[in-house]
Write a protein that binds this ligand. Structure first.
Ligand code: BES
Ligand code: ZN
Length: 635
């Protein structure tokens, strides 16, 4: 009897775990689970749609429940089911009412023995996970371009599937495009396939839906190393290959730290500038913004980041979007370890210290609920919960564990974590169970020093949180202080000898010194005495003349400078601001610029005038965010 009770207890615990409900999906994987997806499309640029079929191979634990799929704005034309995968018979289906965030459930009753479901459909031109670029938005200006972005819940806008990271599928795809264009996917493909408009792909490892990706354009390929390469438009390929030439080294360094790279190749696709993110870790083919092409490899931490996801995220995956910190916190921690291995400790210290600063600055503006690693996103769009918290606070948590247990032991823990949980999707609770079993329980004295529950469930940072610092940044601050006190001129600041990270830190330090005390939030250092507007403008002008900041071709420097220019109303930078907003679509840059502009009435007018022109060139994901921020009418 006792054993029976125990058995039921375990069963309940398990089913709670399995059902750890993904509140961002209608799917019912505990009754019917999709295991494999066959995709077949025509890419129709003139109509801005994908048209074709998706065939799902399913596994059933219930012979009565229907298959429920996630969809958004799909035109479902016909559904069929099959017992043997050869003969298909028409099936009934219903598309439920559409929710603004979740889209609509597609419910398909299943006949006895059905193992396949084939859906004939097309996407809609406004699909949230697709962007269709006119030739003018490409480097080549001749051909159109399209690409997908599935994370977090946009796969459903181009594929009817169980759009939850708890479900992993293998996939095959067959894609027809205009004859002169090349299609690439997050799957095995032949880089030297004849360009005939007919392309095939195979992903043999089970991945979550948010990692299914496709891009089509006039693309070239260049080899970087034995397992690494880069795709880009012909006009960009040389620059891209030069910038990314350390990629193979990074793969080697990461394998040394965390075990074998399990995905075969690691290629990078450099997209046109409207790509809304810095990077996206699509397996075998990371998607990247061209804004990392600084000319001096100074922004390649993004490559380290997306590569790190090949372990944290793509091998071991967050089961729901409230567990997102398991993907991103681990990845930022790994990213910094890769940077340290490839570029040395000083670089790592600078990146970690910039990360901490950004986290603290952002947390000063966040509600408590958004500062929690195990965040509750129920009823919210996961795209809105996008902050530095899962990234930087998550990474600090792992850094705290590393410092407490020592590198040797913590590295061993991480290697076994990636091996034991490879190709699984896990919740925060499952991670904590694993952590206890493989690290904490063996070392109770050390474990007592890390307030696990506080890290996972509280707002803010535990008082014992690590505070990464950089000696190089301390030297930068000294120079900045001397300049702000009038002891040296801007031309005497040794900026030419500084790395991009040091320059960024210099600008951020000056920014908080120039900041009017009312809106303080940055470090209230000695220099932060109240400066008049004229004085601030004089200082901005001096910096600009000395370092040509308005003309900087480094996207991170340009962004930082433009933010300061808006804050201090430094008008000589306005034409560059406009040009930047009209040519870059990376949300991390453009959203804060619009938000900063919108803080004053004149700025808001300027923002709206620029946005009116830029909006048609931005990705739907960026448009949704900025529409909200600027209260753009068309919502
Ligand atoms: N997976 C993310 C991008 C993402 C997250 C897209 C959530 C959609 C929803 C990617 O790995 C990432 O974090 N990119 C960062 C760059 C990175 C260096 C911090 C970005 O795009 O800014
Ligand atoms: Zn990431």
């Amino acid at each position: 009897m006792k054993r029976l009770v125990y058995f039921f207890f375990v069963l309940m615990a398990l089913s709670i775990n399995v059902a750890a409900q993904d509140t961002h999906s209608y799917a019912n994987p505990s009754a019917v689970r999709v295991r494999h997806v066959d995709l077949d499309w025509d890419v129709l640029f003139d109509q801005k749609i994908l048209k074709g079929t998706t065939t799902l191979t399913i596994e059933r634990t219930s012979q009565t429940e229907p298959l429920i799929l996630d969809t958004r704005d799909l035109n479902i034309e016909r559904v069929e089911t099959s017992v043997n995968g050869l003969e298909y018979t028409p099936a009934t289906f219903t598309v439920g009412t559409s929710d603004k965030i979740l889209g609509a459930p597609l419910t398909i009753p299943l006949p006895a023995g059905a193992t396949r479901v084939r859906i004939q459909y097309s996407t809609s031109p406004g699909a949230s996970g697709l962007q269709w670029l006119a030739p003018a938005q490409t480097a080549g200006k001749k051909d159109p371009f399209m690409f997908t972005q599935s994370q977090a819940i946009h796969a459903r806008s181009w594929i009817p599937l169980q759009d939850t990271p708890a479900v992993r599928v293998t996939y095959n795809a067959h894609v027809r495009t205009p004859r002169n264009l090349l299609a690439v996917m997050s799957a095995e493909n032949d880089a030297h396939t004849p360009r005939d408009g007919d392309y095939s792909f195979r992903m043999r490892q089970p991945i979550p839906s948010y990692l299914i990706a496709l891009a089509v354009g006039d693309l070239r390929f260049r080899t970087l190393g034995p397992r690494t390469g880069v795709y880009a438009e012909p006009q960009m390929i040389d620059r891209a290959a030069r910038e990314l030439s350390d990629t193979e080294k990074m793969v080697v360094a990461t394998e040394r730290l965390y075990g074998a790279y399990r995905w075969g190749r690691f290629d990078i696709l450099v997209l046109p500038p409207s790509f809304p993110f810095g990077g996206m870790e699509n397996p075998r083919l990371t998607f990247a913004t061209p804004t990392i092409l600084a000319g001096d490899k100074s922004l390649v931490s993004l490559v380290a980041h997306e590569l790190a996801h090949s372990w944290s995220g793509n091998l071991v995956t967050n089961a729901t979007w409230r567990d997102f910190w398991l993907n991103e916190g681990f990845t930022v921690y790994l990213e910094r370890r890769i940077l340290e291995a490839v570029y040395g400790r000083a670089r790592e210290e600078m990146e970690a210290s910039l990360g901490l600063r950004e986290l603290l600055e952002e947390m000063a503006t966040l509600e408590d609920r958004d500062e929690i690693l195990h965040v509750d996103l129920t009823g919210r769009d996961p795209d809105d919960g996008f902050t530095n918290v899962p990234y930087e606070k998550g990474a600090l948590f792992l850094r705290h564990l590393e410092q407490t247990f020592g590198r040797v032991q913590f590295d061993r823990f991480l290697r076994s974590y990636f091996n034991l949980l490879a190709f699984q999707s896990i919740t925060t609770e499952q991670f904590l169970t694993h952590l206890r079993q493989y690290l904490l329980d063996d070392n109770p004295a050390l474990a007592a020093r890390v307030p696990i529950d506080e890290w996972i469930n509280n707002a803010g940072l535990p008082s014992s949180a690590p505070k990464p610092t950089s000696p190089a940044f301390a030297r930068v601050e000294e120079q900045a202080q001397r300049w702000l006190r009038g002891e040296i001129t801007a031309t005497q600041i040794p900026v030419a000898k500084w790395t991009t990270q040091e320059r960024l830190h210099f600008l951020k330090f000056v920014q908080s010194a120039l900041e009017p005390p009312a809106s303080a939030g940055g470090p209230a250092d000695a220099a932060a005495t109240q400066l008049s507007q004229t004085e601030r403008l004089r200082l901005m002008g001096e910096l600009d003349r000395a370092f040509q900041l308005t003309r900087s071709g480094n996207s991170e420097i340009a962004f930082q400078w433009l933010m300061m220019s808006i804050q201090d109303k430094y008008e000589p930078a306005y034409p560059r601001l406009e040009e930047f907003l009209l040519s870059v679509g990376r949300r991390k840059f453009i959203r804060p610029l619009y938000q900063e502009l919108a803080k004053t009435p004149e700025g808001k007018e300027r923002a709206l005038a620029i946005y009116r022109r830029a909006r048609p060139t931005y990705h739907p994901i960026a448009v949704t965010s900025i529409d909200q921020d600027l209260k753009w009418p068309s919502q």
